[in-house]
Write a protein that binds this ligand. Sequence first.
Ligand code: GAR
Length: 215
Amino acid sequence: MKSIVILISGRGSNMEAILDAGLRLNIKAVISNRPDATGLAMASRRGIATRVFDHSAYASREAFDAALAVGIDSVAPDYIVLAGFMRVLTEGFVARYPMRILNIHPSLLPAFGGMHTHRHALATGVKIHGATVHFVTSHLDHGPIIIQAAVPVLPHDDEAALAHRVLVVEHQIYPQALRWLAEGRITFKENNVVEIRDLNVSSDIGDQQLRMPME
Ligand code: GAR
């Protein structure tokens, strides 16, 4: 069975969706860069080991990432799962775990990398928005895409309404990406384009990602 550590910074709703999915993955630890992350208590209640590396206690990004790497390596996971982990990782850290770090980002990448994705989507006037699960590379928010889901942007949306609609699909696609990972079905084509082996469109992806949920 493959193993993961989950990195969070806050409430951990994506982490919870992953834990609830009953995946065949050994979850070795949940690590936060913030001692006040509410997701930590939720992980503890489920019997998962938690650790905190408070980024504010380190003199530099490199020093924080070095400590984080030691913590991660002490449990030797196969993959690192960023679930609302709000720190940009250094190139050195990313290079240490090539194609072994996954992230969820609240936009349809490559559109709206970085912060405040829902605000930018509303300001730009796109009519479709969504979320992306991808591998992390040194090019921020540009690594190989595993799965995406789209939602409509509706006329009276504000940031909170749009964020909520996107979060619903985040909770579907992250467990699905990790299910494929657990099953060893994620493969790479030329240019690191991800292909899911034996993809069954209706059972693997389902209506949510194929049809706009307008109703
Ligand atoms: C999620 O919307 C996730 O996509 C986003 O933070 C939120 C965390 O929520 N991540 C990023 O913006 C990463 N750049 P959660 O703590 O409830 O999972």
